[in-house]
Design a protein around this ligand. Sequence first.
Ligand code: ACO
Length: 211
Amino acid sequence: MDFSFNVNTLFSEEISVVRSDLIPEGYSGELNHSLVQQQVSSILDAMGEASSKAQGLKQQITSGLKFRQTEGQTAYILVDKYSNGGKGSVIGLLKVGHKTLFLLDSEGKSQEMIPNCVLDFYVEERRQRSGCGKKLFEYMLYKEGTHPRYMAIDRPSIKFISFLKKHYGLVNSIPQVNNYVVFSGFFKDRPQDCSPTPKKARIIMGKLQYV
Ligand code: ACO
Protein backbone atom coordinates (compact mmCIF):
# COMPACT_ATOMS: atom_id res chain seq x y z
CA MET A 1 0.00 0.00 0.00
CA ASP A 2 1.42 3.34 -1.04
CA PHE A 3 1.20 6.61 0.87
CA SER A 4 1.89 10.19 -0.18
CA PHE A 5 4.62 10.46 2.47
CA ASN A 6 7.91 8.56 2.62
CA VAL A 7 7.35 5.34 4.53
CA ASN A 8 11.11 4.72 4.70
CA THR A 9 11.63 7.77 6.89
CA LEU A 10 9.33 6.21 9.50
CA PHE A 11 10.53 2.63 9.40
CA SER A 12 14.23 1.89 9.17
CA GLU A 13 13.78 -1.90 9.21
CA GLU A 14 11.83 -4.26 6.98
CA ILE A 15 9.61 -5.07 9.98
CA SER A 16 8.93 -2.43 12.63
CA VAL A 17 7.24 -2.58 15.99
CA VAL A 18 4.70 0.07 17.00
CA ARG A 19 2.95 0.44 20.35
CA SER A 20 0.28 2.82 21.60
CA ASP A 21 2.58 5.89 21.45
CA LEU A 22 2.60 5.40 17.64
CA ILE A 23 6.36 5.94 17.47
CA PRO A 24 8.14 3.01 15.79
CA GLU A 25 10.45 1.22 18.23
CA GLY A 26 13.97 2.65 17.96
CA TYR A 27 12.85 5.59 15.82
CA SER A 28 15.74 8.02 15.40
CA GLY A 29 14.65 9.98 12.33
CA GLU A 30 14.41 13.71 11.94
CA LEU A 31 10.63 14.14 11.76
CA ASN A 32 8.99 15.59 14.83
CA HIS A 33 7.08 13.08 16.92
CA SER A 34 3.64 14.46 16.21
CA LEU A 35 4.17 14.10 12.45
CA VAL A 36 5.46 10.55 12.94
CA GLN A 37 2.36 9.75 15.00
CA GLN A 38 0.06 11.24 12.33
CA GLN A 39 1.69 9.23 9.56
CA VAL A 40 1.75 5.97 11.55
CA SER A 41 -1.89 6.59 12.42
CA SER A 42 -2.76 6.97 8.70
CA ILE A 43 -0.99 3.68 7.99
CA LEU A 44 -2.95 1.89 10.72
CA ASP A 45 -6.20 3.43 9.41
CA ALA A 46 -5.57 2.34 5.82
CA MET A 47 -4.22 -1.14 6.63
CA GLY A 48 -6.97 -1.66 9.22
CA GLU A 49 -9.62 -0.76 6.67
CA ALA A 50 -8.13 -3.05 4.03
CA SER A 51 -7.90 -5.88 6.56
CA SER A 52 -11.54 -5.57 7.62
CA LYS A 53 -12.64 -5.47 3.97
CA ALA A 54 -10.57 -8.56 3.19
CA GLN A 55 -12.16 -10.38 6.11
CA GLY A 56 -15.67 -9.18 5.22
CA LEU A 57 -16.11 -7.49 8.61
CA LYS A 58 -18.61 -4.69 9.11
CA GLN A 59 -16.50 -3.01 11.76
CA GLN A 60 -12.88 -1.99 11.38
CA ILE A 61 -10.75 -3.73 14.02
CA THR A 62 -7.64 -1.59 13.69
CA SER A 63 -7.38 2.17 13.33
CA GLY A 64 -4.82 4.73 14.43
CA LEU A 65 -7.18 6.19 17.02
CA LYS A 66 -8.25 2.85 18.53
CA PHE A 67 -4.66 1.68 18.63
CA ARG A 68 -3.57 4.86 20.37
CA GLN A 69 -6.30 4.49 22.96
CA THR A 70 -5.61 0.84 23.77
CA GLU A 71 -2.68 0.03 26.01
CA GLY A 72 -0.84 -3.26 25.66
CA GLN A 73 -1.22 -3.90 21.95
CA THR A 74 1.67 -4.23 19.52
CA ALA A 75 1.55 -3.75 15.76
CA TYR A 76 4.17 -5.33 13.52
CA ILE A 77 4.45 -3.53 10.19
CA LEU A 78 6.11 -5.04 7.13
CA VAL A 79 7.39 -2.74 4.40
CA ASP A 80 8.92 -3.03 0.98
CA LYS A 81 11.58 -0.33 1.08
CA TYR A 82 12.13 -0.29 -2.67
CA SER A 83 8.54 0.18 -3.77
CA ASN A 84 6.65 3.41 -4.63
CA GLY A 85 9.61 5.08 -6.33
CA GLY A 86 11.89 4.47 -3.33
CA LYS A 87 9.45 5.94 -0.77
CA GLY A 88 8.56 2.44 0.43
CA SER A 89 5.19 0.68 0.67
CA VAL A 90 3.46 -0.99 3.58
CA ILE A 91 2.65 -4.59 2.75
CA GLY A 92 1.63 -6.24 6.01
CA LEU A 93 0.14 -5.57 9.42
CA LEU A 94 -0.04 -7.94 12.38
CA LYS A 95 -1.58 -6.80 15.66
CA VAL A 96 -1.26 -8.78 18.89
CA GLY A 97 -2.01 -8.13 22.55
CA HIS A 98 -2.95 -9.76 25.84
CA LYS A 99 -6.67 -10.11 26.58
CA THR A 100 -8.51 -11.39 29.59
CA LEU A 101 -10.56 -14.31 28.32
CA PHE A 102 -12.62 -17.15 29.69
CA LEU A 103 -11.49 -20.19 27.74
CA LEU A 104 -12.67 -23.78 27.82
CA ASP A 105 -10.01 -26.46 28.16
CA SER A 106 -10.30 -29.81 26.41
CA GLU A 107 -12.49 -31.10 29.24
CA GLY A 108 -14.85 -28.16 28.85
CA LYS A 109 -13.75 -26.44 32.08
CA SER A 110 -13.70 -22.65 31.93
CA GLN A 111 -10.45 -20.88 32.85
CA GLU A 112 -9.82 -17.17 33.17
CA MET A 113 -6.59 -16.40 31.36
CA ILE A 114 -4.68 -13.51 29.85
CA PRO A 115 -3.11 -15.05 26.75
CA ASN A 116 -1.34 -13.21 24.00
CA CYS A 117 -3.84 -12.98 21.14
CA VAL A 118 -3.62 -12.50 17.40
CA LEU A 119 -6.05 -9.63 16.89
CA ASP A 120 -5.58 -8.56 13.28
CA PHE A 121 -3.43 -9.85 10.44
CA TYR A 122 -3.33 -8.62 6.88
CA VAL A 123 -1.03 -8.84 3.87
CA GLU A 124 -1.78 -6.74 0.82
CA GLU A 125 -3.75 -8.79 -1.74
CA ARG A 126 -1.17 -8.88 -4.52
CA ARG A 127 1.57 -9.99 -2.07
CA GLN A 128 -0.40 -12.79 -0.46
CA ARG A 129 0.80 -16.37 -0.78
CA SER A 130 4.39 -15.28 -1.32
CA GLY A 131 5.71 -15.75 2.22
CA CYS A 132 5.13 -12.20 3.53
CA GLY A 133 2.67 -13.38 6.17
CA LYS A 134 5.06 -16.05 7.41
CA LYS A 135 7.90 -13.56 7.60
CA LEU A 136 5.82 -11.13 9.65
CA PHE A 137 4.37 -13.84 11.88
CA GLU A 138 7.78 -15.41 12.58
CA TYR A 139 9.20 -12.04 13.57
CA MET A 140 6.28 -11.46 15.93
CA LEU A 141 6.80 -14.90 17.53
CA TYR A 142 10.48 -14.14 18.02
CA LYS A 143 9.81 -10.70 19.56
CA GLU A 144 6.97 -11.95 21.77
CA GLY A 145 8.94 -15.08 22.71
CA THR A 146 6.00 -17.35 22.07
CA HIS A 147 4.65 -20.13 19.87
CA PRO A 148 1.36 -19.97 17.94
CA ARG A 149 -0.09 -22.82 20.00
CA TYR A 150 0.03 -20.56 23.09
CA MET A 151 -1.84 -17.77 21.33
CA ALA A 152 -5.59 -17.23 21.12
CA ILE A 153 -6.84 -16.13 17.71
CA ASP A 154 -9.65 -13.62 17.43
CA ARG A 155 -12.11 -14.78 14.74
CA PRO A 156 -9.60 -16.39 12.36
CA SER A 157 -10.47 -16.25 8.67
CA ILE A 158 -10.33 -19.32 6.43
CA LYS A 159 -7.05 -18.05 4.97
CA PHE A 160 -5.53 -17.70 8.42
CA ILE A 161 -6.75 -21.15 9.51
CA SER A 162 -5.04 -22.53 6.42
CA PHE A 163 -1.90 -20.48 7.20
CA LEU A 164 -1.69 -21.90 10.74
CA LYS A 165 -2.15 -25.43 9.45
CA LYS A 166 0.46 -25.07 6.74
CA HIS A 167 3.19 -23.31 8.70
CA TYR A 168 2.63 -24.53 12.26
CA GLY A 169 0.67 -27.76 11.89
CA LEU A 170 -2.19 -26.37 13.99
CA VAL A 171 -5.38 -28.21 13.14
CA ASN A 172 -7.26 -29.38 16.21
CA SER A 173 -9.02 -26.47 17.85
CA ILE A 174 -10.67 -26.69 21.27
CA PRO A 175 -14.30 -25.53 21.03
CA GLN A 176 -14.98 -22.19 22.70
CA VAL A 177 -18.08 -20.16 23.44
CA ASN A 178 -16.55 -16.85 22.30
CA ASN A 179 -14.97 -15.72 18.99
CA TYR A 180 -11.52 -16.90 19.94
CA VAL A 181 -9.91 -20.05 18.62
CA VAL A 182 -7.26 -21.96 20.54
CA PHE A 183 -5.55 -25.12 19.40
CA SER A 184 -4.71 -28.39 21.05
CA GLY A 185 -1.64 -27.82 23.25
CA PHE A 186 -2.76 -24.34 24.28
CA PHE A 187 -3.19 -25.31 27.94
CA LYS A 188 -0.11 -27.53 28.21
CA ASP A 189 3.16 -26.22 29.75
CA ARG A 190 2.19 -22.62 29.21
CA PRO A 191 4.82 -19.93 29.67
CA GLN A 192 4.37 -18.17 33.01
CA ASP A 193 3.04 -14.85 31.68
CA CYS A 194 0.09 -16.63 30.17
CA SER A 195 -0.88 -18.84 33.09
CA PRO A 196 -4.42 -18.57 34.47
CA THR A 197 -4.81 -15.34 36.43
CA PRO A 198 -4.94 -15.82 40.16
CA LYS A 199 -8.40 -14.94 41.39
CA LYS A 200 -8.59 -11.82 43.51
CA ALA A 201 -9.18 -12.55 47.17
CA ARG A 202 -11.00 -10.35 49.66
CA ILE A 203 -11.91 -10.69 53.31
CA ILE A 204 -15.71 -10.62 53.45
CA MET A 205 -17.36 -10.96 56.86
CA GLY A 206 -14.14 -12.30 58.36
CA LYS A 207 -13.65 -14.98 55.69
CA LEU A 208 -11.21 -15.08 52.79
CA GLN A 209 -13.27 -15.22 49.64
CA TYR A 210 -12.33 -15.34 46.01
CA VAL A 211 -14.07 -12.73 43.85
N1 ACO B 1 -6.75 -19.19 0.35
C1 ACO B 1 -6.41 -20.14 1.23
N2 ACO B 1 -5.28 -20.09 2.02
C2 ACO B 1 -4.51 -19.01 1.91
C3 ACO B 1 -4.81 -17.95 1.03
C4 ACO B 1 -5.98 -18.09 0.23
N3 ACO B 1 -6.34 -17.16 -0.67
N4 ACO B 1 -3.88 -17.01 1.16
C5 ACO B 1 -2.99 -17.46 2.08
N5 ACO B 1 -3.38 -18.67 2.53
C6 ACO B 1 -2.67 -19.52 3.52
C7 ACO B 1 -2.33 -20.84 2.83
O1 ACO B 1 -2.08 -21.81 3.81
C8 ACO B 1 -1.06 -20.48 2.12
O2 ACO B 1 -0.31 -21.60 1.72
P1 ACO B 1 -0.52 -22.17 0.19
O3 ACO B 1 -0.34 -21.01 -0.71
O4 ACO B 1 0.53 -23.22 0.06
O5 ACO B 1 -1.93 -22.71 0.16
C9 ACO B 1 -0.35 -19.70 3.17
O6 ACO B 1 -1.41 -18.95 3.85
C10 ACO B 1 0.66 -18.75 2.57
O7 ACO B 1 1.50 -18.26 3.57
P2 ACO B 1 2.11 -16.80 3.41
O8 ACO B 1 2.40 -16.50 1.99
O9 ACO B 1 3.22 -16.67 4.39
O10 ACO B 1 0.85 -15.94 3.93
P3 ACO B 1 0.24 -14.58 3.35
O11 ACO B 1 1.32 -13.62 3.02
O12 ACO B 1 -0.77 -14.89 2.29
O13 ACO B 1 -0.52 -14.03 4.65
C11 ACO B 1 -2.74 -13.84 5.54
C12 ACO B 1 -1.54 -14.77 5.26
C13 ACO B 1 -2.30 -12.71 6.47
C14 ACO B 1 -3.85 -14.66 6.21
C15 ACO B 1 -3.21 -13.23 4.18
O14 ACO B 1 -3.64 -14.28 3.36
C16 ACO B 1 -4.32 -12.20 4.32
O15 ACO B 1 -4.06 -11.03 4.56
N6 ACO B 1 -5.57 -12.62 4.12
C17 ACO B 1 -6.72 -11.70 4.13
C18 ACO B 1 -7.01 -11.16 5.52
C19 ACO B 1 -7.16 -12.26 6.53
O16 ACO B 1 -7.86 -13.25 6.31
N7 ACO B 1 -6.47 -12.07 7.69
C20 ACO B 1 -6.55 -12.97 8.85
C21 ACO B 1 -7.74 -12.58 9.66
S1 ACO B 1 -7.91 -13.43 11.19
C22 ACO B 1 -7.11 -12.47 12.32
O17 ACO B 1 -6.58 -11.46 12.00
C23 ACO B 1 -7.04 -12.90 13.76
